[in-house]
Design a protein around this ligand. Structure first.
Ligand code: M6R
Length: 606
């Protein structure tokens, strides 16, 4: 998704801006641009496609200027071409923008009536002209305050001015933005990863705030233009490494890292000497909570759904699961005895963040399960459970999914135990099984050859289905999501028991169908559903776990057997072949695995 960088320095900034934009590439984008200020004029260069294209541009290579802004754009308004790429500039002002301006059509009408000429199809360009218009009568601070008040929607902005050789403005509403502090230079960035290569001293802007970045100091303002003080945070100075190593793609590396993700999570939360789960500083009394509501988007939503099955199995709590974009606009009944849990790898997903803000405005109990601990969702929730899986670059979430479901499983176990829903003996047994899980995932990873062959059939098909019941149903949804986002093959995840209520009509001769049927309480029922699709011509890939008992069905096209463990941990193992299926299918098609078309890593617009 869109990313912003701004640097105000006493040396040339273009190379540093380009390098920082490269750090934002993992977010997914379709064009890039840079503007610097030199000798009283704004120089702007933009290009379609990757930051590499921008870097190769001879104007960029010779670009001078000690103050500048850069952007990677993920198109919302207007085609992904160089005209619509950011920055957008008037004669006086240049702007980069993340987010969506919802009243841009109305504002544009007003500005056109005042004689402003527009070059692009974007909503962002209205900001440029609005500031230019306001500058006719106001000073910088007042023109920014006035402009921001006229905008509806969400934004993170970086702004430079032709007549201001020592000033970048940053402003935030809804989309994340941070300021970084360096020696004789200061920075603006939409993502602390990008800033971390330059500094570990950061200030995050809160909604409604804006800042004035000079070379030697930074000032902060509230939405009324009144000066405020903000804290400087020191992040860990170790820059996380995220090279691909010997892997072809980040996704392949991240799949293989999953045993480590689980080991880290277990090490962090399991107290092996006392057979306990450490959830330090849990801020609520256990009898204050009788309902859990889990909220997320995409893969994180599937983690929530997975957790519902575990919470219901291991506790007597009531459990609700919601898609953040639905939750935030529904007429919810907010209850004091509910713990609202927000699940997000990035911690910046706009809908999840808005759902959290809504719960906070109602003074609800909020907890987040996130990977990026400096993120907006982590910072704004009352209690945070980090997943400790390290940076995830591939747009398709893999290790973060296993990390999220591990933490949610631990939370369910701990609450079940504290509530006395789960007896000590069973609790101990489950902790023992957990310790073995990373090794079992490691063994399950060695299924590449078989999956590679199988993936060909999926690539040749018009569409596919993923079926599961109980614990396996959320995993079926996740498997289908992975296949569609990476290999652009239509894939539908469905509860196996629902097939005959409609989707069975889709099954035709040769259609590949993945059936998740581990040897759990649902096994026989799922096998019956599998027979119904086989009878109608489906080519079934059965994924089950190893067992001494033979598989009770015939005419199965292919079978994959994952390792064996307790029924509630099998979802971890079932996930692995589905991730690999999506990976190999996209690899065979030659698609951009780490940056699938139209998608972004961090979805900061609603
Ligand atoms: O950063 P988040 O976990 O909040 O992201 C939520 C979804 O956008 C994300 O899981 C998305 O569905 C992935 N691309 C799936 O692989």
């Amino acid at each position: 998704m869109c990313g912003i960088i701004g640097i105000n320095s006493n040396k040339s900034v273009s190379a540093s801006i380009i390098n920082s934009l490269k750090k934002l590439e993992y977010r997914g984008y379709d064009s890039a641009g840079i503007a610097t200020l030199h000798a009283g004029s704004i120089n702007e260069v933009k290009s379609e496609g990757r930051v590499d294209n921008l870097e190769k541009n001879s104007v960029v290579q010779n670009m001078v200027g000690t103050i500048g802004i850069g952007h990677v754009r993920w198109a919302t308004h207007g085609l992904p071409n160089s005209i619509n790429a950011h920055p957008h500039s008037s004669q006086n002002v240049s702007v980069v923008h993340n987010g969506i301006i919802e009243n841009s059509t109305l504002l544009k009408k007003f500005l056109v009536s005042k004689g402003h000429k527009f070059k692009s199809q974007t909503d962002t360009e209205v900001i440029v002209h609005l500031i230019t218009e306001n500058l006719k009568t106001e000073n910088i601070i007042n023109s920014i305050t006035k402009t921001l008040k006229s905008l509806h929607g969400s934004f993170a902005l970086g702004i430079i001015f032709k007549d201001q050789p020592d000033l970048i403005i940053g402003a935030r509403r809804g989309s994340p933005l941070a300021v970084g502090y360096g020696p004789n230079e200061n920075y603006l960035g939409s993502d602390s990863y990008a800033l971390k290569s330059m500094t570990n001293k950061i200030t995050y802007l809160s909604d409604g705030e804006f800042c004035v970045i000079k070379k030697d100091h930074v000032e902060f303002f509230n939405e009324d233009g009144i000066k405020i003080n903000k804290k400087v945070l020191e992040l860990s100075s170790e820059e996380e490494k995220y090279d691909k190593g010997d892997y072809k793609h980040f996704m392949a590396k991240e799949i293989e890292e999953q045993p480590t993700t689980l080991k880290n999570g277990i090490k962090e939360y399991l107290d092996t000497s006392n057979n306990d789960i450490n959830i330090f500083n849990f801020p609520w009394k256990i009898n204050e909570i009788s309902t859990i509501t889990l909220i997320g988007c995409g893969t994180a939503y599937h983690s929530c759904l997975m957790a519902k099955y575990w919470f219901e199995e291991l506790t007597t709590l009531n459990v609700n699961v919601d898609i953040a974009s639905e939750f935030r606009y529904r007429k919810n009944r907010f209850k004091k005895d509910t713990l609202y849990v927000f699940v997000s790898q990035s911690g910046e997903t706009a809908d999840t963040y808005a759902a959290l803000s809504l719960c906070k405005s109602k003074e609800m109990k909020t907890c987040s399960v996130v990977n990026v601990i400096e993120s907006s969702i982590a910072r704004d929730s009352e209690f945070v459970l980090p997943i400790h899986c390290g940076i995830e670059i591939g747009v398709a979430s893999t290790k973060a999914f296993l990390g999220q479901i591990l933490i949610l499983y631990l939370l369910a176990l701990k609450l079940g135990f504290l509530r006395k829903d789960l007896k000590r003996e069973l609790f101990n047994k489950k902790l023992k099984d957990l310790k073995e899980l990373p090794d079992l995932v490691q063994q399950t990873l060695s299924i590449d050859n078989k999956i590679q062959t199988i993936s060909k059939t999926f690539n040749d098909a018009k569409g596919s289905m993923f079926l599961g019941r109980g614990f396996s149903y959320p995993i079926a949804l996740e498997g289908a999501l992975k296949l569609k986002e990476l290999s652009y093959i239509h894939a539908e995840g469905y509860p196996a028991g629902e097939m005959k209520h409609g989707p069975l009509a889709l099954i035709e001769e040769g259609m590949p169908v993945v059936v998740l049927a581990p040897r759990d309480d649902y096994y026989k029922k799922t096998i019956s559903n599998m027979q119904e699709v086989i009878a109608r011509g489906a080519k079934v890939l059965l994924i089950t776990n190893k067992s001494k008992d033979e598989i009770i069905s015939e005419n199965i096209w292919e079978t994959i057997e994952v390792e064996t463990t307790g029924a509630d941990l099998l979802p971890f193992l079932l996930t692995v072949p589905l991730q690999k299926l999506a990976y190999y299918s996209a690899l065979k098609k030659g698609y951009d695995i780490d940056k699938p078309r139209n998608l972004a890593k961090s979805v900061t617009v609603e």
